[in-house]
Structure formats: structure tokens, C-alpha cells
Design a protein around this ligand. Structure first.
Ligand SMILES: [Zn+2]
Length: 347
């Protein structure tokens, strides 16, 4: 509450003094990329294992209106071309991106974007397109939400010496965070053991978009990019698996869409020189990370920065989305003033 009060006071002062407008004018040579994950109504947000990754449709509509009004907001590929050729528009360039490609994006975000006349970029996990499976981290979080499986997961982690020092405080989010460090084989083994004998229908919103939905999004002017084949942590993979995740997912999406794609998004933001090289040699022209900040034309095109959009941090004292807090976030002012850590929340 104190932080919200402080943020709101700072945002109000910056807007009232004209500093925010001046800072916005000065951002003209930059590309500001926003990173969203899920768009879901409040009751589902509260139930998701990382509520911070969920923005409600009401807040998203408000964000879109501000983005339409204050920024030149375009699909990322188009925005990158403009940045490259010099932005002659009077407003700073912005791009809205979504990680993972959940069906909730199609159901809730796309109609709002179309209504406000904005276009966005969706990074999709290619092996899950049109399936009724959850991404592995959602599946694991779902499994350990049940107390017996949670205890089994802790036992498995203990038995295999993977438990962190703070294991007594672990929750579903903590187990998923730990599982990200396990390596592909161990992670699969853990999930297989926990799901033995269980089969439950997955809610449609929790699945990844179908190819028909991707076609509809593309026809409406939205852009599709790759978020790998299975959302493995790419830095942990051998060369063959890395190629499957990076080049394989590009081929798969291009076959489904019948057109070339050029943008990649690193799962969980994890990358290194070898992964960058795999992305470059697979034919992508640009890739986005989870490092926060604005992009100048000189920014490494395979390490583009983004602003993680956290609904609660962008809400004012009345609990509603605040224009000035969103503008501060997109312009990178929130980072500068409050010195948040550079790495965003897990993607
Ligand atoms: Zn992701």
C-alpha cells in the first residue's frame, strides 16, 4: 500500500510538472516493447499460480487506449523496420507482445485490440498449437496444486537432491522455479511421475491457440512469432534439441501460416551466445528477451528489451489502471526512479 501510494504520488507529480510529457517527447528515437502473458477475468487471475502474469480485460482495454493515444503502437516487426529507417512520427514507437500464445489472448485480447484498432505480436509455443495440453510449467503448477502431489514433488526433489535451502517455504511457484533449473530429462521425469494415473480436461483458455485462430489473427493484421517448440530452457539443451526448438518451431509455424516468420522470443528469457547463434542461423531477424528497458536503433537485434506489464503496479490509489503509471512503465521511468531489478518476472 505504501509503495502504491509512493508510485501514485511520483506519477502524479511527473504528469503535473510536465516532466512525463517531456520525457515522452525525448523517447522518439526509441522502441518500447511491452510484454504481456495472459488476459483473463479477475476470478481466474486470482487462481493462476503466478497472478502477476495475468492482466484483466478491463485493465488491458485501458492500457490499449493509452497506447493508442500516446504512442505509435504497431506489431513488433513493423515497429522494428520503422526504428531502423528512423522514426519520423511525433510519438515514440511501441509494440505490444504476448508470450506463450494462450487461447485467452484470442478470446479476450484480440477483440479489444481490434476494437481500439491496435495490432500486436503473439509468440506461440509451436508444438502445443491446437492441442489440449498445458505448457509444462502450467501442468506442473496444476499438478502440485493438489496437496498429495505437492508432497510427492517435494519428496522427488529431495530424493534427487534438487531441493533449495528454502524448500520448507516452497509453493507451486517455487516448485516451478526450481524445476526450471532441473534440466529437460529430470523435469519430464518429475512431471510424468506426478501425472501418473491422472487425466483431466484442460480449460480452453489454458491451451495454446489453434491454427485457425492464428490465421484469424494474422488476417486481422496481428503478427505471429515463435516462442520455441516446447518452452524448454534453451541454454540447457544440446545442439540438436536447440535446433529443434528454434529452427523446428519456425518451420512448423510457417507451414501452418503459409508465410515466413521473423521474430523469436526466448522461453523464460534465457539465452546466451550459442542460443543467439541458433536463432540467427535459423533465419530469424530479431529476438526478444526479458531484460527490461527501451531499445535504441543500436540495440543488439537478438537481445531486444521489453517492459513487463504488471497490472497491479500500474494501478493507482483507487485500484484502477493509471494513465501516468502506464506511461512511466513503458518509457522506462519506473525502472529509473524505483530501481527495479533489470530482469523481469519469469516469462
Ligand atoms: Zn513463455
Amino acid at each position: 500500500m505504501i509503495k502504491r501510494f509512493l508510485r501514485s504520488c511520483v506519477a502524479g507529480s511527473l504528469q503535473w510538472s510536465g516532466i512525463l510529457a517531456r520525457y515522452q517527447n525525448a523517447a522518439n528515437g526509441k522502441l518500447l516493447i511491452l510484454c504481456y502473458h495472459r488476459i483473463l477475468p479477475a476470478q481466474f487471475k486470482a487462481r493462476y499460480f503466478v497472478p502477476d502474469l495475468v492482466v484483466t480485460p478491463e485493465a488491458f482495454r485501458h492500457h490499449c487506449r493509452i497506447l493508442k493515444q500516446c504512442f505509435d503502437t504497431r506489431p513488433l516487426g513493423e515497429a522494428l523496420d520503422i526504428l531502423q529507417n528512423g522514426n519520423r512520427n511525433s510519438r515514440p514507437l511501441a509494440a505490444i507482445t504476448f508470450d506463450d500464445g494462450y487461447q485467452d489472448n484470442f478470446r479476450f485480447a484480440v477483440p479489444i485490440l481490434n476494437e481500439v484498432d491496435l495490432r500486436a505480436t503473439f509468440f506461440v509455443i509451436s508444438n502445443l498449437i491446437g492441442t489440449s495440453k498445458r505448457p509444462w510449467y502450467d501442468e506442473l503448477a496444476h499438478l502440485v496444486s493438489e496437496s498429495e502431489s505437492f508432497a510427492m514433488a517435494l519428496n522427488w526433489l529431495n530424493r534427487n537432491h534438487f531441493t533449495s535451502n528454502s524448500s520448507h517455504q516452497l509453493d507451486a511457484q517455487g516448485i516451478v522455479a526450481l524445476a526450471k533449473k532441473l534440466g529437460t530429462d529430470n523435469r519430464r521425469e518429475l512431471i510424468e511421475q506426478l501425472s501418473e494415473g491422472r487425466s483431466e480436461a484442460v480449460r480452453t483458455d489454458d491451451c495454446i491457440v489453434t491454427s485457425q485462430q492464428m490465421h484469424a489473427m494474422q488476417s486481422a493484421g496481428h503478427e505471429i512469432g515463435s516462442h520455441s517448440s516446447t518452452h524448454e530452457i534453451l541454454t540447457q539443451l544440446d545442439d540438436a534439441s536447440l535446433a529443434h526448438e528454434v529452427a523446428g518451431s519456425r518451420r512448423q509455424i510457417e507451414e501452418l501460416l503459409g508465410r515466413s516468420i521473423r521474430l523469436f522470443c526466448y522461453p523464460n528469457g534465457d539465452t546466451d551466445d550459442r542460443v543467439v547463434e541458433a536463432v540467427r542461423s535459423a533465419g530469424y531477424t530479431h529476438a526478444v528477451t526479458t531484460e527490461s528497458g527501451a531499445n535504441l536503433v543500436s540495440q543488439d537485434r537478438f537481445r531486444l528489451r521489453r517492459s513487463f506489464i504488471h497490472e497491479d503496479r500500474l494501478s493507482g490509489l483507487n485500484g484502477k489502471p493509471s494513465d501516468s503509471l502506464l506511461r512511466m512503465e513503458v518509457l522506462g521511468l519506473t525502472d529509473r526512479i524505483f530501481r527495479r531489478r533489470q530482469r523481469m518476472a519469469p516469462a
